[in-house]
Each structure stands twice: as C-alpha cells, then as structure tokens.
Ligand binder design. Structure first.
Ligand SMILES: C[S@@+](CC[C@H](N)C(=O)[O-])C[C@H]1O[C@@H](n2cnc3c(N)ncnc32)[C@H](O)[C@@H]1O
Length: 300
C-alpha cells in the first residue's frame, strides 16, 4: 500500500518521518525518495534481521536516517517530542518472517515453535504452549484469536504435552487439525491459534497501545499518523484510539462520567472515516495484503 501510505503521510522535501515497523524498508525507501533531498527518517524494528536488511536497502540514502532495533512502543524515548511530520506503523509479519520456517511463525512449514519478533526475548511460543495453564491458553486463543473452541483446544494441548512437549509448528498445527478437521474449509483450523499465540508472545496489543500514545508525542501539530493493520483486533484498537483522542472533552459541565471528569481538548482529527483497503491489483500481486486496512489521523 505504498501509494496510499505516501498519500496519507504527504511527505514533502525535508520532512521528518518515523517508520516504527521498518521491516525490509519498502515503505521507508519510498518515503526517503519523496522527502529528498534533505528529509530524515527514524526507523525501528524488533527484528534484528529486519534492521540489517533495512540498512542495506537504504544504503543509497546514507546520512538521512537513523535505524534502531527496538519496539515502536519505546520510540518516544529516543525520538524528540514534536519532531516528526509523519509516522507509519505497518503491523504484523514481514514476508521473510513468514517464509523462513526457522522463525516458527507459519503452520504450513515445519519449524521450531518460536514466533518471537525479537529473538533476544526469553518468552517463545514453545515456552508459552508448554508452560501456560489451560485457563491462560484458552484466554489467549479466545481473546487474541476469537477461537470458539478455545477451551477444548487448551485442554487438549495440556493433556498432549504431559507425554510429549510441543517443539515444532507442525506438532501444534497437527493437533488442532485432529481436533477440528478441515472439512473443505478454506482457512487452516490452526490459523486462529497461531495468530493468538504470536500476539501473546510478542505482547502485540500492549505494544500497539503504547506505540499509538508515543506517536502523539513525537508528531508535530498537523503531523500525520498512518497505521496498517491485518486483523480486526488490531484494527479495533486503532479505531478506538482515534475515536477517544478525537473526542472533545472540554465541556464537562457536571456530567458524572469518569472519562469526562478531566477536561481534554481533541488531540487528533480522523482523516479516514472508513479504513482504506489495498486495490485489487495489489491483492492479486500480493495475496497477503488482502486483509490490510489503513487508518490515518492528523495531530491537532
Ligand atoms: C509488515 S512488516 C513491515 C514491512 C515494511 N513496512 C516494509 O515496507 O518492508 C512488519 C514489521 O514490523 C515489525 N514489528 C512488529 N511489531 C513491532 C513492534 N512492536 N516494534 C517494532 N517492530 C515491530 C516486525 O518485526 C516486521 O518486521
């Protein structure tokens, strides 16, 4: 969705933009080109391999960017307040993460149960699936995956791991497939379980909430925030953030509602009332983009 991102962020020559999920730097390269000759890019990614790939891809823009390995939730700790004209969050997985079986994100390839964006982190999908209680696993499957069979799957996992701890992606995917045969359904029955374990391992919802708050700090007035989400849970967090921060709480005239007790002026404007989706040509070229949704906000 590079064209839509550029349209949203409106980068001009000399603009300063933060890319919190730099990945392979596809968007970042387009942003740096659009802000030539003197624009600046702050980039970050939790994945060390992505940081290296991004630096290599942006070599032609040397001297115009700073990229650090880390969580975009902490961006406001090292990027100056009110210093950026735009910020991009392109959430979810990159193609290399999904394609390299050893990262353990895909149920379609045999790999270790890992799923960490940042491989320095202690918690892995393997430790979560082997150590969390049945109640905790059921909560994760339901809350982060909307899995209706959450309890049944969680109980079966706890029983299975007593004799054979989970080591690989296939082992987990096959158990779910045994419990919930495909019967012609398009999506693999383990899709929701894998998504929810990944969200839990990486604390994706917590990071997103902190990252959105941080974005408001680092943006200048009139600066744009563009967020691309890939599932409804993420999209709801982004939509709710936008609605809450766009609301006018300056009139509190005796209303006894906790959130209205503190007068607060609107902090942003919602630019996209309805989330934007990729065009059909992009979906045809890159089927993984089919569930992408772009929301754009402007700081007041
Ligand atoms: C869809 S890819 C980004 C692709 C990128 N926009 C490009 O043009 O190549 C998502 C990236 O976000 C990273 N990521 C996910 N959550 C993150 C977080 N909380 N902080 C920093 N990076 C994160 C992932 O490691 C992955 O590299």
């Amino acid at each position: 969705m590079t064209a839509e991102v550029l349209q949203a962020l409106k980068p001009y020559g000399g603009a300063r933009i933060a890319d919190g999920t730099i990945g392979g730097a596809g968007h970042a390269a387009a942003i740096l080109a659009a802000t030539s000759p003197s624009g600046w890019l702050y980039g970050c990614d939790r994945d060390g391999a992505a940081v290296e790939a991004a630096k290599a891809r942006l070599a032609g823009f040397e001297g115009r960017f700073e990229i650090r390995r880390g969580n975009f939730a902490d961006l406001a700790d090292w990027v100056l307040a009110e210093s950026c004209d735009g910020m991009l969050l392109d959430l979810g997985l990159s193609s290399p993460q999904l394609d390299f079986a050893e990262r353990g994100f895909s149920f379609q390839a045999e790999g270790p149960l890992d799923m960490r964006f940042d491989r320095r982190q202690m918690l892995t999908a393997r430790s979560l699936v082997n150590e969390a209680s049945a109640e905790e696993l059921a909560r994760i499957f339901f809350e982060f995956g909307g899995e209706r069979d959450a309890r049944r799957f969680a109980r079966a996992i706890v029983k299975e791991r007593e004799s054979r701890p989970f080591e690989t992606t296939r082992q987990l995917a096959e158990l779910i497939e045994r419990l919930s045969p495909r019967r012609g359904k398009k999506a693999h029955p383990a899709t929701r379980v894998f998504q929810s374990v990944r969200i839990a391992v990486n604390d994706e919802i917590g990071s997103l909430k902190r990252g959105l708050d941080g974005a408001l700090k680092i943006l200048t007035r009139g600066g744009r925030l563009a967020v691309i989400t890939f599932h409804s849970l993420e999209d709801r967090v982004v939509k709710d953030f936008g609605r809450a921060r766009a609301r006018d709480y300056t009139f509190t005239g005796g209303v006894d509602v906790p959130e209205l007790r503190e007068p607060r002026a609107p902090e942003l404007k919602i630019v996209t009332r309805k989330a934007k989706q990729p065009c059909s040509a992009e979906v045809a070229e890159n089927p993984r983009s089919r569930s992408a949704q772009l929301r754009v906000f402007e700081k007041l």
